[in-house]
Design a protein around this ligand. Structure first.
Ligand code: 13P
Ligand code: SF4
Length: 300
């Protein structure tokens, strides 16, 4: 299957972008693997006529927003991110009306429709930099209050308002999991994604996006064992890449069924032209949503 995918993507001019949470067999056929910020940058630069996004819907929408003349395919149409739909554009309008003078910062895990109401987007790896650079000290941060709380600890001089949103996958990890993992692996460094609960993130040795966690684990010379507090595919990727180091999941429950919806078989059907879902978007909406992604790429 991988050989056929490699042959067809070359023949048909398909660029495969894969989020880091995709499985290793998909990594091996991808042209680029990365976190949400890296994927956005690649989407803006890619020169292939078709882009296949192996990830979730908001990621494919981001590609379409940045590359409107390309065919953009989402690898499996059921792959959505529940967090992206936790707040509606009407709710954002209401928040803005109630909090005059605040800038709305949206995690990139939001629908294109929602982005039309926001001033700037952020990803987990760009949030601190972007929010420091935003020309306002008053920030409404949607929808992930956990990521937002972590950013607040890094940018304490700004005033933040949050809503009760977040990633259901990262929420499964608890302080009890941290104590147990530390007991079982006392020599290990504990690395987490900022989508985790604040009380979990507060116990970490390092906080970062998926790509940043992987980079830290590959370059840290003080440790050879790591407890990984993010989607468990990262544990597998790291262990395959670095057999001389040891990687442990913080919890075996941290599996995102949406990220796992795509299989190698889906990728093959997509490059054959018989699978996935082509993303289309109203041009007015695209242009309004593009503004906050452009701002993120400029500031981040
Ligand atoms: P990053 O890859 O940007 O860290 O995002 C994690 C995530 O949950 C994506 O849905
Ligand atoms: Fe959404 Fe969380 Fe899954 Fe990422 S890991 S796609 S934020 S549910």
């Amino acid at each position: 299957m991988q050989a056929e995918i490699m042959r067809l993507k070359k023949e048909k001019g398909v660029c495969i972008l894969a989020h880091a949470y995709q499985s290793h067999d998909i990594w091996e056929v991808a042209d680029y693997i990365g976190d949400s910020f890296g994927l956005s940058q690649k989407a803006a630069q890619a020169d292939a006529s078709t882009i296949l996004m192996c990830g979730v819907r908001f990621m494919a929408e981001t590609v379409k927003i940045l590359a409107p003349h390309k065919r953009v395919i989402l690898s499996n149409s059921v792959a959505g991110c529940p967090m992206a739909e936790q707040i509606t554009p009407e709710q954002v309008r209401k928040l803005k009306a109630e909090n005059k003078g605040y800038k709305v910062v949206a995690y990139i895990n939001t629908t294109a429709d929602l982005k039309t109401e926001c001033d700037v987007c952020v990803t987990s790896s760009s949030a601190v930099k972007v929010i420091k650079a935003v020309d306002s000290d008053k920030i409404i941060f949607i929808p992930d209050c956990n990521l937002g709380s972590w950013v607040k600890t890094q940018v304490p001089d700004k005033d933040f308002k949050f809503i009760a949103g977040g990633c259901p996958t990262h929420l499964r990890m608890t302080v009890g999991d941290v104590h147990e993992a530390r007991r079982n692996h006392p020599q290990a460094a504990f690395l987490v994604h900022p989508e985790c609960r604040p009380e979990v993130t507060a116990l970490a040795d390092y906080v970062g996006s998926t790509t940043e966690i992987m980079k830290f684990a590959a370059t840290d010379t003080a440790h050879s064992e790591f407890i990984i507090g993010t989607e468990n595919s990262i544990v597998q990727h790291l262990q395959l890449q670095m057999p001389n180091r040891r990687f442990f999941p913080l919890s075996k429950n941290c599996v995102c069924i949406n990220m796992k919806a795509t299989t190698l078989g889906d990728v093959l059907e997509c490059v054959r032209g018989i699978g996935g879902e082509e993303i289309t978007m109203d041009e007015q909406m695209r242009l309004k949503a593009k503004h906050c992604i452009d701002e993120m790429l400029r500031l981040g």
